[in-house]
Design a protein around this ligand. Sequence first.
Ligand code: GTP
Length: 240
Amino acid sequence: MKSKKRVLVKFSGEALANENGFGIDTATLKYIANEIKTLVDNDVGVSVVVGGGNFIRGVSAAGDGLIRRTTGDYMGMLSTIINAVAIQEAVENIGLESRVLSAIEVPEICEPFITRRAQRHLEKGRVVVFAAGTGNPFFTTDTAATLRAVEMEADMIIKATKVDGIYDRDPNKYSDAVKLPTLSYDDALKDDIKVMDDTSIALAKDNNIPIFVYNMMGNNELKKIVVDEDYSTCSVVKRK
Ligand code: GTP
């Protein structure tokens, strides 16, 4: 049984990339680690799911038909393992304990995903980083994030993005896009709202876990949302 607040933070692989959109930018990694530390220091149990788009994205890898989609997705899952161990190194570098648990077994690199083991690590105050998505092709790392959040009995899912919430239209394309502070799960499933894919939103809805979307480059933003419960700068998808 969990005894303290638990959150699952989802970072996109692209968020870790350098300015060329590829690989890992260690300054960003360090920044993310410090943001995570503010939660651990406030007695919050932190799990992390990270994407792999800074190396390979399954859909794109399979784009011209040479590589099959299933293989492309497995390649993408492998790239999330690279990012997961990088996050582990970064949080350990600032004094936190961390374990990487992977949905695809690579025992030389990290532990296999076992729900009860992950729970135990959280109870011990370790930052648990889930790697290799759900371990299955055709599922996104957003879906992995929701699945792991449900399994870890997280109180909230936090989606780190480059914008400060959910807009009615793409704010990068439309200057008059309006930010939506609160949405229902059904609102979030509408075609023009691209917050997470439908599978992940449906799973969050079924399990009544709120999804908070925030700008990961803001200062102390994670603490503000999770510890201070100040939602003024993010958007929330929840049961209305
Ligand atoms: P507790 O027993 O709850 O304290 O957890 P623990 O993770 O410290 O225990 P364990 O002795 O299982 O693990 C010790 C170290 O080995 C940790 O850094 C684990 O991440 C690592 N470890 C455990 N299992 C595996 C594995 O299958 N593969 C790899 N690469 N590392 C593992």
